[in-house]
Design a protein around this ligand. Structure first.
Ligand code: 5GP
Ligand code: ZN
Length: 121
């Protein structure tokens, strides 16, 4: 399932360029264009499902199965001290791209410049 007007579907197809962190048959992970901290990464399913309320169980399983591999790739490249895994659903919760995604936000201690996603809305 894809949505022609969706920027993340365009990233999966390569129509919009992105910096790939990880990919398998079901998911694609890439650097967020607006880096909350160094290495801020998004993981998206290759199937277009808007939010957690639309996400089917198999898609959710494949997405979360990939989280440790993406976290390891981030660790190997950026060596953070910690990592947040976040997800916004629907506009009042801060969602701005309506293709389900997880934010992986590396943390480097108290002074890492982290700005909570929800504070920006
Ligand atoms: P949301 O606010 O929906 O939870 O997160 C959407 C994220 O997608 C934002 O952090 C935003 O910076 C990122 N984003 C939006 N457009 C693009 C793009 O064209 N390329 C990349 N790499 N990230 C994008
Ligand atoms: Zn999409």
């Amino acid at each position: 399932m894809t949505d022609e007007s969706c920027i993340f579907c365009k990233i999966i197809s390569g129509e919009i360029p992105s910096a790939k962190v990880y990919e398998n048959e079901h998911v694609y992970a890439f650097l967020d264009i607006s880096q909350v901290t160094k290495g801020h990464t998004l993981i998206i399913p290759k199937s277009h499902e808007k939010d957690v309320f639309e996400l089917n169980e198999e898609t959710a399983a494949e997405l979360f199965k990939a989280v440790p591999a993406v976290a390891t790739a981030i660790n190997d490249t950026f060596q953070p001290e910690g990592l947040n895994v976040l997800n916004n659903n629907k506009e009042p919760a801060g969602q701005s791209v309506f293709h389900y995604h997880l934010h992986l936000i590396p943390r480097y201690g108290a002074q890492d410049g982290f700005k909570a996603i929800w504070e920006e809305h």
